[in-house]
Design a protein. Structure first.
Length: 259
C-alpha cells in the first residue's frame, strides 16, 4: 500500500532506539526524508546509518535533548518546514507519588506535555499554509487506563491529550491532523528496565515476572517497535486526513474498552 507521502520531510523525536526508531524507519521506508534526534550521539548516528542503508532516503541526525529549548531549536534548524512531526520523549520514572517532589513533577510536565506543545507550535502554521501536515504524539495506554506506578506519566500525558483534543479540531480543515498513539507493553529497553524495577519490588526473578506480564496481554506477547512504526506511518499518510484528534491504542488488547 502506497501511503502517498514519498518525498515528504519528517521530524521524529527520540528516535535512536525503541518506538521512535520504529517510527523513523517506517516513514523512511515510505520514501520520507527524516530528521531524527536523541541525546546519545553514538546510538543516534548508528541508527541514522541503519535507516539510510535500509531505505535510501536522506537522514539527518541531530544529537540534542528535545526537552530543552536549545535542543528543539537545533532540531528545527535542521528541518524548519516539516510535513510530519512525531513527538516522543523518554517517559518519567515509575514509582509511588510520595516519591516525587515538585521538581520531578515539573520535569515530567515539561518533557511529556510542554515539549511536544512547543514543537507543535513551531511547525503548525507552516503546515497550515502548505495545506498538509501530520502530527503524531507518542503517549501511553495509561492515558486511557491509568497505571498506579506511572503517576507522573498519567498526569503529564493526560494534559497533552486534552490540549490536542481541542487543537486538532481547529486545524483539520487545513488538511493538518493531530493524533496520539498509545503504546502498551513493547519489547524496548525502557520496557525491560521498568519490568526489572517492578520485579525487584515484587521480590520476583525478572524472567518470571516478565513472562507473567506477557501472559496478561491478550495478544500473548509484547509488541514490536516495527509494527508500532507502521501504525504511525499510516496516521501520517495522505489518506488519513479524516482521522482527527484520536487516541489509538496499540497495546495488544490490554486496555479492555470499547470506546
Amino acid at each position: 500500500m502506497d501511503l502517498g507521502i514519498r518525498g515528504r520531510k519528517a521530524i521524529v523525536c527520540a528516535a535512536s532506539q525503541g518506538l521512535g526508531k520504529g517510527c523513523a524507519l517506517a516513514l523512511a521506508n515510505e520514501g520520507v526524508d527524516v530528521v531524527i534526534n536523541a541525546r546519545g550521539e553514538d546510538a543516534l548516528q548508528a541508527t541514522a546509518a541503519e535507516i539510510r542503508a535500509a531505505s535510501g532516503v536522506r537522514v539527518i541526525a541531530v544529537p540534542a535533548d528535545v526537552t530543552t529549548a536549545q535542543g528543539r531549536a537545533a532540531l528545527l534548524a535542521a528541518c524548519p518546514a516539516p510535513d510530519i512531526l512525531v513527538n516522543n520523549a523518554g517517559g518519567p520514572p515509575i514509582g509511588d507519588f510520595r516519591d516525587w517532589d515538585e521538581s520531578q513533577w515539573q520535569k515530567a510536565v515539561n518533557d511529556n506535555m510542554i515539549t511536544p506543545i512547543m514543537l507543535i507550535r513551531a511547525v503548525l502554521d507552516g503546515m497550515i499554509e502548505r495545506r498538509f501536515g501530520r502530527i503524531v504524539n507518542i503517549t501511553s495506554r495509561s492515558v486511557k487506563a491509568p497505571l498506579a506506578h506511572l503517576g507522573l506519566s498519567n498526569g503529564a500525558r493526560a494534559g497533552l491529550t486534552g490540549f490536542v483534543g481541542g487543537l486538532a479540531r481547529q486545524v483539520a480543515k487545513h488538511n493538518v491532523t493531530i493524533n496520539n498513539l498509545l503504546p502498551g507493553a513493547f519489547a524496548t529497553a525502557r520496557q525491560t528496565d521498568g519490568l526489572r524495577k517492578l520485579a525487584a519490588k515484587a521480590n520476583q526473578e525478572y524472567a518470571t515476572y516478565a513472562k507473567t506480564q506477557m501472559a496478561a496481554v491478550p495478544a500473548n506477547r509484547f509488541g514490536n517497535p516495527d509494527e508500532f512504526g507502521k501504525a504511525c506511518a499510516f496516521l501520517c499518510s495522505a489518506d488519513s486526513g479524516y482521522i482527527v484528534g484520536q487516541n489509538l491504542l496499540v497495546d495488544g488488547g490490554s486496555v479492555n474498552s470499547i470506546i
